[in-house]
Design a protein around this ligand. Structure first.
Ligand code: BMA
Length: 408
């Protein structure tokens, strides 16, 4: 168990649960609805979302004012200096705990590959997703989809989205791509401790970074209305196929959002409040990449990014998150406490960010490049990361409450 202030966490949780119990009893008495609907300040995209999926979102909301889940992409699949070792993660190697949030990537699924674009076998991914759930962790999935029209990978500027949306010439083909996810998702079923069959809840983050122009669904070569139609169709289609374990995360890229025009830039392509559960932001820009400005300026920009995202999320009754980001190579020894913790805990607004996920630790032997966003044993920021881990504000898997049940 994480050596942080667990007693404080527990007592806070007990107080919260007591309040919730009263609220639930009232709700039950008045309307006959279940405890899952006790919080009515937001509506889920999927009105038929499973109880576990509802509970996950509700628990993220409840946690977000006091804690932030830390996430890492591909953490179980490989690390900077290892691959193919079950139960290993660079985060666990450094802290003793797995991260609270696990990112996974589907690129290659639509074209029938056995492994994704980063050579992560899909069957292994499914097994890990289920293991994570049973351990109490949270899973999130992105999709660098190959272009169904041209066959090119995501990083093309082909104007294809217009052909995928309803009425487009490749619409049926696009549905087949989505069907590969439906089939993938059908395998994400586990038997929980009570003996129930559960579809593992997933924070699904399609069509990310569309404010940039590097993906074929990005700004510049995709009309805004087509992007919106693409997103809405994706959601409507998945629901129509009986998929009810998803929380939908929107995640534009901060690099193409002007801080002075944040809301308008952020909402470019926004599919509407009925289609989004999480207001995410992908930011590398604020977290080290932009070395042309001082550290103080970057931190100030990050603070503003967080504040604007949280404020907008609160206005729209959505969950705010840093859906993806970090600094390739982590080139500051005090990175975790200085560049991240110090800013996310800056004030009552920034503190409301629900989770922050850093990108993957590419395996050097396999990919022949330095490309990592989390520390590993021996990295100069590893000790600093232990401080980040020990801070009561950050949540790793070993300090998560049960995320899949509303606590009575
Ligand atoms: C990018 C890089 C690529 C990778 C892609 C999908 O940010 O990490 O190497 O293929 O994400 O995971």
């Amino acid at each position: 168990m994480k050596k942080k202030n667990m007693s404080c966490w527990r007592s806070g949780w007990i107080v919260f649960c007591s309040i919730l119990l009263i609220a639930c009893n009232n709700t039950d008495a008045q309307s006959g609805t279940s405890e899952m609907q006790a919080d009515d300040s937001y509506q889920m995209v999927d009105h038929d979302a499973s109880n576990e999926t509802r509970a996950l979102l509700a628990n993220l909301y409840r946690i977000k004012n006091n804690h932030m889940l830390f996430g890492h992409q591909d953490t179980l699949a490989y690390g900077v200096k290892w691959q193919g070792e079950e139960g290993r993660s660079d985060i666990k190697d450094v802290t003793g705990s797995f991260p609270a949030l696990y990112g996974w990537e589907l690129g290659g699924l639509g074209i029938g590959q056995e492994a994704n674009l980063d050579k992560v076998n899909f069957a292994n991914m499914q097994r890990w997703i289920k293991e994570v759930y049973l351990r109490g962790g949270v899973n999130t999935i992105s999709w660098h989809m190959y272009d169904p029209v041209t066959g090119h990978n995501s990083w093309t500027k082909d104007a294809s989205v217009q052909h995928l949306v309803p009425g487009g010439k490749a619409h049926d083909k696009f549905k087949q791509y989505l069907d590969t996810f439906v089939a993938f998702n059908q395998q994400l079923k586990v038997t929980d401790k009570q003996g129930n069959q559960v579809s593992v809840p997933i924070i699904f983050r399609p069509w990310h970074e569309h404010t940039g122009d590097w993906f074929w669904w990005g700004k510049g070569h995709t009309a805004e209305k087509d992007y919106i139609a693409l997103w809405r169709f994706t959601v409507d289609y998945l629901k129509s196929q009986g998929v009810h374990n998803l929380i939908y995360a929107y995640s534009p890229d901060r690099g193409r959002i002007a801080l002075d025009n944040y809301e308008a830039d952020y909402l470019y392509g926004y599919p509407g409040d009925d289609y989004v559960d999480v207001l995410g932001i992908d930011t590398y820009t604020d977290l080290g990449r932009d070395e042309s400005i001082t550290v103080a300026q970057q931190k100030d920009n990050f603070r503003r990014t967080l504040e604007y995202t949280v404020e907008l999320a609160n206005k729209k009754h959505k969950l705010p998150a840093v859906s993806e980001g970090g600094w390739d190579g982590i080139k500051a020894d005090n990175y975790w406490t200085d560049r991240i913790l110090d800013v996310v805990t800056h004030n009552d607004t920034t503190r409301q960010i629900a989770y922050l996920m850093v990108w993957r630790n590419a395996n050097k032997q396999r990919e022949n490049k330095d490309h990592f966003y989390a520390p590993y044993p021996g990295h100069p920021s590893a000790d600093n990361f232990k401080q980040f881990y020990a801070d009561p504000y950050t949540l790793f898997e070993d300090s998560l409450p049960d995320m899949y049940r509303l606590h009575r």
